[in-house]
Design a protein around this ligand. Structure first.
Ligand SMILES: NC(=O)c1ccc[n+]([C@@H]2O[C@H](COP(=O)([O-])OP(=O)(O)OC[C@H]3O[C@@H](n4cnc5c(N)ncnc54)[C@H](O)[C@@H]3O)[C@@H](O)[C@H]2O)c1
Length: 177
């Protein structure tokens, strides 16, 4: 995707990967609005990046930004002592952010299209617990025709994924493998 002139909204941009992605986007000519809960780190990242890429191109606060073309849901925490918060930030917020971005971007409802990136981790797929003798696998089937799939929402019915639903047998074959 051509990034020059694109507007990007990114969460968790004060440090780490988010800070790195913000700078990478700026270096390609995108304009970035980033948020974070770390006010001091956010302001200091904003000051450094504005000095390098221009005050109009990178902003750390809520502002009238016009259309958003790319949404990067990057904010995340890793602290299993606060499991509910981890699920809220790492999962629920990414889903909510994606839904908001989708509503804003979708062409069939007046948007101009876009790209949504959710930062996730391969450790969620196959956590390493070999020493405990426990194996984890995440199964990610396409849509399978079960009683669960009774939704009326046209957002789901309109997707290519929904049009190529799997039969139960195909899904269970995959499970056995
Ligand atoms: N570092 C890794 O090895 C790794 C690997 C796979 C996935 N990830 C994922 O990449 C993303 C970034 O990780 P990182 O290593 O740069 O971490 P980091 O801690 O350096 O940066 C994450 C940023 O998110 C911010 N944040 C946390 N909760 C927030 C909230 N509610 N609202 C706004 N900002 C919030 C933090 O303040 C921080 O600045 C996370 O989603 C993480 O789960 C990281």
């Amino acid at each position: 995707m051509e990034l020059y002139g694109k507007g990007v909204f990114l969460t968790g941009g004060a440090r780490g990967l988010g800070r790195g992605m913000t700078e990478a986007l700026l270096s390609k000519g995108a304009k970035v609005l980033f948020c974070d809960i770390l006010t001091d780190a956010g302001k200091s990242a904003e000051a450094e990046l504005q000095a390098k890429y221009g005050a109009d191109n990178v902003i750390f606060r809520r502002t009238d930004f016009g259309a958003v073309d790319i949404c990067v849901n990057n904010a995340g925490i890793m602290d299993e002592r606060v499991l509910e918060r981890m699920v809220a930030v790492n999962m629920v917020a990414k889903i909510r952010g994606s839904q908001l971005a989708l509503d804003h971007m979708r062409r069939d409802r007046g948007g101009r299209g876009g790209l949504i990136i959710n930062m996730v981790s391969t450790t969620g797929k196959n956590p390493k617990m070999a020493e405990m003798g426990v194996t984890w696998r995440a199964l990610c089937p396409y849509i399978v025709l079960t009683d669960l799939i009774t939704v009326e929402d046209d957002q789901i019915h309109d997707t290519p994924a929904f049009r190529s639903v799997l039969q139960m047998l195909t899904a269970t074959d995959g499970f056995l493998q």
